[in-house]
Design a protein around this ligand. Structure first.
Ligand code: 13P
Length: 253
């Protein structure tokens, strides 16, 4: 059976009360999940301690982490602070952080290294802007972001990694990528990773997901593509009904 991962990115969109309600509603609405389907919820930092005890089948993730373990870094969150709260994974290099917080490929690389050193599974986002796509640079941009984020990983440690292809122009606007185009980019991502890591490591530990305007209608065709291993969902994960419909569609693959 195909392994599928669905990750909810709640971004900065929910109050504490709304986060608790959503976590409760999602958990209550989920059917028993097979081992082949993993679901992560990524609330804001402030909701993590309240959401964690509500989770039964879903795993907890965070939306960012700092690259140092401790010290004078006002406002930042250390990896151990996330693992203390029961986080299993962390989104890194999201295009919103690259665009609004000046996050560079080097910063993403350092965050990946620190996350792995603390046994947090990195969810590494890569993707081109509309301008880069129109200039014919999408492959170049994705390969650069991918290779700089994921260079130097010690595959002997057998740690899981998610890569998410999230074209910036497809986020938050209903412009979902054609499944065949997502498949093509996923093949390129896996081809690039095969030049860096062994097939055995990639098969067992690396999954490539798609993100950008995924909803209950688009999720099925996307994850039916052979190299699309799941989805990172923004807007459609902020209401239990919508998110549960996505899980339902994933269960039918
Ligand atoms: P939307 O699903 O709202 O397009 O957001 C995608 C995203 O940025 C997930 O990280």
């Amino acid at each position: 059976m195909k392994k599928i991962t669905i990750i909810a990115n709640w971004k900065m969109s929910l109050s504490l009360h709304e986060s608790i309600q959503l976590a409760e509603d999602v958990e209550r609405g989920l059917p028993p999940l097979p081992a082949s389907l993993r679901v992560f919820l990524c609330p804001s930092f402030t909701a993590l301690p309240s959401v964690q005890p509500l989770l039964r089948q879903c795993l907890l993730g965070a939306q960012d982490v700092f690259w140092e373990n401790r010290g004078a870094y006002t406002g930042e969150i250390a990896p151990s602070m996330l693992t203390d709260l029961g986080c299993h994974a962390v989104i890194l290099g999201h295009s919103e952080r690259r665009a609004y917080c000046g996050e560079t490929s080097l910063m993403v690389h350092r965050k990946v290294q620190t996350a792995l050193a603390n046994n947090l599974t990195p969810i590494v986002c890569v993707g081109e802007t509309a301008e880069e796509r129109d200039r014919g640079q999408k492959e170049h941009v994705v390969i650069e972001q991918l290779t700089s984020a994921l260079s130097g990983i010690d595959e002997k440690k057998e740690q899981d990694i998610f890569v998410v292809y999230e074209p910036v122009w497809a986020i938050g606007n209903g412009h979902v990528v054609a499944p065949e185009d997502a498949e093509q980019m996923h093949q390129l991502i896996l081809h690039t990773l095969r030049e860096m890591y062994s097939p055995a490591y990639l098969d067992a530990h690396v999954q490539v997901l798609y993100g950008g305007s995924v909803d209950r209608r688009s999720v099925g065709p996307l994850i039916s593509m052979p190299h699309v291993g799941g989805c990172l969902v923004g807007t459609a994960s902020w209401h239990a009904h919508n998110f549960l419909s996505i899980i339902d569609a994933a269960l039918r693959i």
